[in-house]
Design a protein around this ligand. Structure first.
Ligand code: ZN
Ligand code: ZN
Length: 281
């Protein structure tokens, strides 16, 4: 069964990094953000059971680093109960095959992401014309071929609950990817937004490198449905999150988050929408 697991043919290391790479931030006592090159992974730990889960699986070739991060935080040979995917893009599943083999744990994703995670369908090609930034320009080398997670991949429960994350609920936030989900906890309004919106202008290599904080829509080069992306941001803003961890960039909280999300909703066209691009309708 293990031998059937595989990445796509286009799987490769992506030479892009940021000043945040290799740095972990304890955003809340039970939520730890760690940056792999230019993307964030999150560890959620349940204080009452000592169980923990990994949210998203980093850049290609990052599995060893992710295992070290987990063992540094939870002890030698510690393993999460599951991996929860906000979506299946290459920078969120980059280490996942090695991780599920090493830990032998289930992966949960939205049913609409399943074709990309079970070898059935490739993501549409990235669009380098959406921005003049260098990350956008290098996006054609990003892996988009479906990966094969075999029996390890399971649909996230339809009732909105998330395995091993008892207080969180998932919210369907499509647009950047069809089955993109965000994770939200009502009690302290903690939001894991994935790439529904991000806090760095991800198209720009300079801004990614310096991790300059700037509220942004979903990374443009991989976003295929802008109408849905807008509705998803409005949905998340309406939740009035108090703290947000996003797939790219630094965490944001309090008034800074409230004001920036409002600004993003009110100025979606100027801030998020590309001026040109093949996925604009
Ligand atoms: Zn993405
Ligand atoms: Zn991403």
């Amino acid at each position: 069964m293990d031998k059937d697991l595989r990445y796509g043919e286009d799987y490769q290391f992506i030479p892009a990094t940021s000043v945040g790479s290799g740095i972990g931030i304890e955003v809340l006592a039970d939520l730890y953000q760690y940056t792999i090159q230019i993307v964030n992974i999150v560890l959620y730990s349940n204080p009452s059971t000592n169980e923990f889960v990994l949210i998203d699986a980093g850049m290609p070739k990052s599995a060893d680093e992710i295992i070290s991060v987990v063992e540094n935080r939870f002890g030698f040979n510690a393993r999460p109960k599951a991996i929860i995917l906000t979506h299946g893009h290459f920078d969120h599943v980059g280490g996942i095959i090695e991780l599920v083999k090493h830990w032998d744990i289930p992966v949960y994703a939205h049913p609409l992401e399943m074709p990309y995670l079970t070898g059935k369908q490739n993501y549409p090609a990235p669009d380098p014309t959406v921005d003049s930034g260098l990350v956008a320009k290098m996006s054609p080398i990003f892996p988009t071929e479906a990966i094969q997670l075999g029996n390890y991949i399971q649909a996230i429960p339809a009732d909105g609950t998330i395995p091993f994350m008892p207080d969180f609920r998932w919210i369907h936030t499509p647009g950047h990817a069809p089955g993109h989900i965000s994770l939200f906890r009502e009690s302290d309004r903690a939001l894991l937004a994935g790439d529904a919106f991000v806090t760095v202008k991800q198209e720009s290599l300079y801004k990614v490198l310096t991790q300059q904080k700037e509220i942004s829509g979903p990374p443009r080069y991989l976003t295929t449905d802008w109408q849905a992306a807008r509705a998803s941001i409005e949905k998340l803003e309406a939740l009035k999150p108090a703290v947000a961890i996003t797939g790219h960039g630094l965490p944001m909280k309090g008034m800074e988050l409230t004001e920036n999300l409002k600004k993003l909703v009110n100025n979606f066209e100027e801030i998020a929408l590309p001026n040109e691009g093949k996925y604009l309708n």
